[in-house]
Design a protein around this ligand. Structure first.
Ligand code: GDP
Ligand code: IMO
Ligand code: MG
Length: 433
């Protein structure tokens, strides 16, 4: 078995929604454990197989494959109410979720008032709002970092008092922001929250850092599933238009208690073009018919909020930066089929900033002084969704892959040509089980 004592990490290299859920599901048969290490129900990971579609929010995308154990790690923020909805939907579709999932004691909980704070913070920012998913992510991580957080393990010790303390502190903050608080709605949400915490207690709540390290020492294999994408990373993304966690590979170490020297392969996943949802700069964004066409062909609407995703050409400056930050060893290209009908495809190879060209990602991509420098490539103009091997690929698509590999200096191990499990072509034979 490859890398018996290492963990592999799969993460998004763009602004999220690259197709992480689909590929984690495809790769799961190679692993004993699949673990989420950051983010929360702001994530929406879509899987399709046997004609059915599933969207996972906080639960790892390994749950549909038999044999794997799944972990929600300490770096994740968990909304008990949304978790319960997600888990019950899985149970209804026949997944024995309780048997397949461990929850970390150190996972921080999202309270109903965190969601109110998320909305109030956004309102206070006015036109400069981040366009969050509204799931309370920022306020929950803020409480964690300011050492006011409420962890799942704490609910086993002192649920009621800790909750009241946190809620009252939040209410003070909401009042300071001038937010109106609907007390009846809050009371209802609190009831659902307490019921959901009791529901959480029916799961295995574990010291997940010990669990994972013991499993690794016993030779078990682990795949860590990133959420969001590198360009939304709290340190390296387009700050402040980012999420509140470290989405990069290093986040797998802190979010699971896995030492850096345990990291094995890093799978970096990207779309054959780019999308972004919410506010913030996006150098290759297309505001024309081509952008609309990509949105329609790629069904680019948010899995969580249903919002339109902004679309544009692939940005190799940002991708090179993401590959560097994550130490990507293998690339995975998604949604190649969306470009099936184009005569010409563009790829941004450099930025022109104040008249100078750079291939290095700059401090900020805000402002209108950044002009993408595009290379035009001939399209393949042929449907690929039914293809099942690399030999069938059209020559111009093969040339597109080779061009990307040269630009990015990392091999493309998997190419995806449709949303279904079957529409996944593995180029790296070492990945075939
Ligand atoms: P994630 O958040 O990274 O897991 O990605 P999302 O699930 O939010 O968004 C990816 C979307 O693209 C989902 O609707 C998938 O079903 C779909 N998808 C994934 N791979 C492909 C592909 O190769 N081609 C097409 N057309 N759709 C895909
Ligand atoms: P997956 O895992 C795409 C974006 C939001 C917003 C910013 C901050 O499905 O790829 P937050 O609610 O996290 O405070 O919002 O981050 N965002 C995502 N965009 N995919 C996601 O997750 C995202 N999770 C958050 O739109 O711009
Ligand atoms: Mg998504």
């Amino acid at each position: 078995m490859k890398n018996p004592t290492k963990v592999d990490v799969l993460l998004g290299l763009q602004w999220g929604d690259e197709g992480k859920g689909k590929v984690v599901d495809v790769l799961t048969p190679r692993y004993d454990i699949v673990a989420r290490f950051q983010g929360g129900p702001n994530a929406g990971h879509t899987l399709e197989f046997d004609g059915k579609k599933y969207v996972l929010r906080s639960i790892p995308s390994g749950v549909f494959q038999s044999g794997s154990m799944n972990i929600i790690g300490n770096g994740v923020v968990l909304d008990p109410v949304l978790f319960r909805q997600e888990a019950e939907a899985l149970e209804a579709s026949g997944v024995d979720i309780r048997k397949k999932l461990h929850l970390s004691k150190k996972t921080h909980l999202i309270l109903p008032t965190h969601r109110l704070l998320d909305a109030a913070n956004e309102k206070a920012k006015g036109g400069a709002k981040i366009g969050t998913t509204g799931k309370g992510i920022g306020p929950t991580y803020t409480d964690k970092i300011s050492r006011n957080g409420f962890r799942l393990g704490d609910t086993l010790l002192d649920l009621e008092n800790r909750y009241i303390q946190a809620r009252d502190r939040h209410i003070g903050m909401l009042e300071a922001l001038g937010a109106e608080i609907d007390r009846d709605a809050l009371a209802e949400n609190e009831k659902a929250w307490f019921d959901a915490v009791k529901y959480l207690h029916t799961y295995d709540i574990v010291d997940s850092e010990h669990f994972i390290n013991k499993q690794l020492n016993a030779g078990k294999t682990v795949l860590c599933e990133g959420a969001q994408g590198t360009m939304l990373d709290i340190d390296f993304g387009s700050y402040p238009f980012v999420t509140s966690s470290n989405t990069i590979c290093a986040g797998a170490c802190t979010g699971l208690g896995v030492a850096p020297n345990r990291i094995g392969d890093v799978f970096g996943i990207f779309k054959a073009y780019c999308t972004r949802v919410g506010s913030g700069p996006f150098p290759t964004e297309l505001f024309d018919e081509t952008g609309k066409l990509i949105r329609d062909l790629g069904h680019e609407y948010g899995a969580v909020t249903g919002r339109e995703r902004r679309c544009g050409w692939i940005d190799l400056v940002a991708l090179r930066y993401a590959i560097m930050l994550n130490g990507v060893t293998k690339l995975i290209m998604m949604k190649s089929d969306v470009l099936d009908g184009f005569d010409t495809i563009k790829a941004c190879v450099a930025y022109e900033i104040n008249g100078e060209q750079t291939r290095d990602f700059p401090y900020t991509i805000e402002g209108d002084n950044i002009t993408p420098v595009y290379k035009e490539l001939p399209g393949w103009n042929c449907p690929m969704t039914q293809m099942r091997s690399t030999e069938e690929f059209p020559e111009n698509f093969k040339a597109y892959i080779e061009f990307l590999e040269q630009e990015l200096n990392v091999p493309i191990a998997i190419v995806s040509i449709g949303p279904d499990r079957k529409q996944t072509i593995v180029r790296d034979t070492a990945l075939l089980k």
